[in-house]
Design a binder for this molecule. Structure first.
Ligand code: NAD
Ligand code: DAU
Length: 364
């Protein structure tokens, strides 16, 4: 199917917001590899989570443009849509970390709600002024966290599960999802929304569970597991998320939502043990061995969602997408990446990051 797209499709002009972040940059690499004839415009504010190094290897490409800017800047968005004749918006830009949303929700409401609203309004005006081309798309990248928390025996989240966000982060994402839905329903804007489970892989910022554990194992620091470690997440390798987004942008029905997941439910404590096993196998030397002794149970995250699980049947039956990686193959690749790319993550452990770390992990 992807090969067919490559042969038959017209070149697209895609605006990728948040393209210097974790998933956005993986998606920029994916799109440039797969569709070298497309014009790719990356818009990113380069917050603490954005990093030009995530786009290493692509910088010299003639049909890639990087713009440092804010999705709340309406004149900038208007100018980019028009001067680049954009026909697809892939919207990743967001404040994405739950713990930071608990410490300071303001930036989450601003970027995730007002930023998405600004993009939608700009795109609506631009689409109308272009006589509403049927092939234009506004793809909003969202999260499974909007559905809230599951009990151990509850069925996995489907596209009809009612929204019940529990953190300022997930509430701001839910707000943005509702705006996208309303822009399709009211104005007919050709929108798509995907709600994905936890990603992992290259370019994942050190604050998130998997990179944090890999880095702390390499530094011989405590491995902070929140609460009893029995919380469950449904893990998806980031390359699989990118291939799902590609499939939905090309074959999804405007106005629809699609859940994306890897069918890989793992308890946090089991995941941390797996990472310890992999590090012991793959790292040439470690400051503390066995590194499992670094595992430390710490104060729980306030409002911590117990379990997420995704039912991705709609994506499989309607779009024909399934993930390529298992959690075993994906974690192995990821651990190898963090081992081979210490010069990528070392500079991210900045004084600002240390201050954030101290604030969250005061009990470690
Ligand atoms: P990230 O925090 O790694 O990257 C976010 C990027 O957005 C950064 O490059 C940052 O500089 C940029 N950004 C932030 N505010 C901006 C603004 N006002 N204007 C322009 N750019 C701005 O996030 P991520 O993990 O790559 O997540 C990307 C998207 O995917 C988010 O919308 C997130 O909600 C969603 N998502 C993430 C996961 C996950 O597991 N990480 C899972 C499902 C959905
Ligand atoms: O489900 C999708 C979501 O996954 C995305 O929408 C978010 O942007 C992304 O950050 C992620 O949210 P989580 O809160 O699930 O991811 P995080 O890596 O922060 O934590 C994963 C689990 O591990 C969660 O149950 C909290 C726990 N945890 C996390 C950290 C950072 C710990 O036990 N210790 C830690 O130090």
């Amino acid at each position: 199917m992807v090969e067919q797209q490559r042969l038959t499709r017209e070149p697209r002009k895609i605006l990728i917001t948040g393209g210097a972040g974790f998933i956005g940059s993986n998606f920029v690499h994916h799109w440039c590899d797969r569709y070298p004839g497309d014009r790719v415009v990356v818009l990113d504010a380069l917050t603490y989570a954005g990093n030009r190094k995530n786009l290493a290897g692509l910088e010299g490409r003639a049909n890639l443009r990087f713009v440092q800017g804010d999705i709340c800047d309406r004149p900038l968005i208007d100018a980019l849509l028009q001067e680049e004749a954009i026909d697809v918006v892939a919207h990743f830009a967001a404040e994405s970390h739950v713990d930071r949303s608990i410490l300071g929700p303001d930036a989450f409401v601003r970027t995730n709600v007002i930023g998405t609203f600004t993009l939608l309004e700009a795109f609506r005006q631009y689409w109308n002024a272009s006589d509403q081309p049927a092939h234009y798309r506004f793809h909003h990248v969202s999260t499974d966290e909007v559905y809230g928390s599951l009990g151990a025996d509850d069925p996995a989240f489907s596209e009809t599960t009612p929204y019940a966000p529990n953190s300022p982060y997930s509430a701001s994402k839910a707000g943005s999802d509702h705006l996208v839905r309303a822009y399709h329903h009211t104005y007919g804007l050709p929108t798509l929304v995907t709600n994905c489970s936890n990603n992992y892989g290259p370019y994942h910022f050190p604050e998130k569970l998997i990179p944090l554990m890999c880095i702390n194992i390499l530094m011989g620091k405590p491995l902070p597991v929140y609460g009893d470690g029995q919380n469950v997440r449904d893990w998806l390798y980031v390359g699989d998320h990118c291939s799902a987004l590609d499939a939905v942008i090309h074959r999804g029905r405007p106005g629809e939502m699609y859940n994306i997941g890897g069918n890989n439910e793992v308890k946090n404590i089991d995941l941390v043990n797996k990472l310890c096993d992999l590090m012991e196998e793959l790292a040439p030397e470690l400051p503390v061995r066995p590194c499992h002794q670094l595992i430390t149970f710490v104060k729980d995250r306030p409002g911590h969602d117990r379990r997420y699980a995704i039912n991705a049947t709609k994506l499989k039956t309607e779009i024909g997408w399934t993930p390529a990686e298992t959690v075993e193959s994906g974690l192995r690749k990821t651990v190898q990446w963090y081992l081979s790319n210490q010069d990528w993550w070392q500079p991210l452990l900045s004084p600002e990051y240390q201050a954030y770390y101290k604030q969250v992990y005061t009990s470690v």
